[in-house]
Write a protein that binds this ligand. Structure first.
Ligand code: FO1
Length: 331
């Protein structure tokens, strides 16, 4: 049976919904379920097996307390392992924060919430990195320990840092978003270190071998463009443009979640699906937009992309599977 190689370019909180649905389809194999509604399997049938690789943004990685935190990688890992806190969209469900409380006693107020169980991930990762292991090896290792059967790959093993240029100066994305709660005015965004970053070999290989590349409905500025700014990866996706489908993270004039609107405006874009087409047109040949945005379709087609309209909102597991299945059907 033919295996369909699917690559997802992924950020964190929004992307994990699509990633875990594709993962579920991968795990179920090609054998769909009958319509009894009682097997716990998804309703969707495919005649091919899926081989899934998720290429994760690394621009929001940050060193804290001597530990290397990779929020987008971890959100995907926890999502696929079934332990993600679905309300927050990051960290482990039911985690406690005792270590952080003790850190606050010793070092003063902490603005970045690291859970006790989550901390174990950062301790293991940081130790392995200090021993000279690459981030992709470390990620593969923790995935195997957590029983994840998909390739979760960092875009790069090198440190790239998404930094916001604000009136208070340039700062790490986490500082802007978490410490200052996204309240400062943004004048620009830079991906520090990206010029010298090499693509993770496995991520590059996955993109080159992919039958379908899906750009997840993620923040284009802080999640997807930092992946594509890694030169070798961006070039590989450009070469695979005809096989690349992007899902708009914008419905009407608002992002489905998060600060995408603020970041897009900072880069001079209006907030609508046409701007998403503009940002991705060199990388993707197709854009999936929400049904109510049909009126943008002709403009986007005029920009050289095929347009598909469907319900792109993912409020529950059923929505996630529906969108994942739809994307596989239009490849
Ligand atoms: N987001 C917050 O808004 N506040 C936090 O304290 C916070 C802690 C945190 C810890 C680990 C982790 O993996 C993610 C965390 N996030 C937190 C999410 C993160 O800041 C962003 O949502 C992502 O970087 C954006 O993709």
């Amino acid at each position: 049976m033919h295996e369909m190689h699917v690559v997802v370019l992924s950020g964190g909180t929004g992307s994990v919904k699509l990633a875990r649905a594709l993962y579920r389809l991968e795990q179920e194999g090609s054998v769909g379920r009958s319509n009894c509604g009682c097997s716990g399997r998804s309703d969707y049938k495919h005649d091919e097996r899926i081989h899934l690789s998720i290429v994760c943004n690394v621009g929001d990685n940050v060193w804290m307390h001597g530990l290397y935190i990779c929020p987008d990688i971890d959100t995907i890992v926890y999502g696929l392992a079934g332990v993600l806190d679905r309300v927050r969209g990051w960290g482990i469900a039911y985690d406690t924060f005792n270590c952080l409380a003790q850190l606050a006693l010793l070092e003063g107020e902490q603005w970045f919430m690291l859970g006790d169980r989550d901390m174990a991930m950062h301790i293991v990762r940081s130790r392995m990195l200090r021993e000279g292991r690459r981030l992709c090896e470390v990620t593969g290792y923790v995935c195997s320990k957590l029983g994840i059967n998909a390739n979760v790959l960092p875009a790069s093993d090198d440190h790239v840092e998404t930094r916001m240029v604000t009136d208070r100066g340039e700062m790490h994305l986490q500082e802007f978003w978490v410490r200052y709660k996204g309240t400062l005015d943004v004048n620009g965004v830079v991906y520090r270190g990206v010029e010298n970053a090499r693509a993770c070999d496995d991520a590059l290989h996955a993109v080159e071998e992919a039958d379908t590349i899906i750009i997840a409905p993620a923040n284009p500025v802080s999640s997807i463009l930092p992946i594509l700014a890694v030169k070798e990866l961006g070039d590989a996706v450009r070469r695979a443009r005809s096989r690349c489908i992007a899902v708009s993270p914008i419905v009407g004039s608002s992002p489905v979640s998060g600060p995408a609107a603020k970041y897009m405006r900072a880069l001079g874009y209006d907030v609508n699906p046409v701007s998403i087409a503009c940002m991705y047109r060199e990388f993707a040949s197709r854009l999936v937009i929400h049904g109510t945005d049909e009126h943008y379709a002709d403009t986007i087609r005029g920009m050289g992309l095929d347009v598909y309209t469907t319900d792109i909102l993912m409020d529950d597991e059923h929505d996630e599977l529906r969108l994942a299945s739809y994307l596989l059907s239009i490849r």
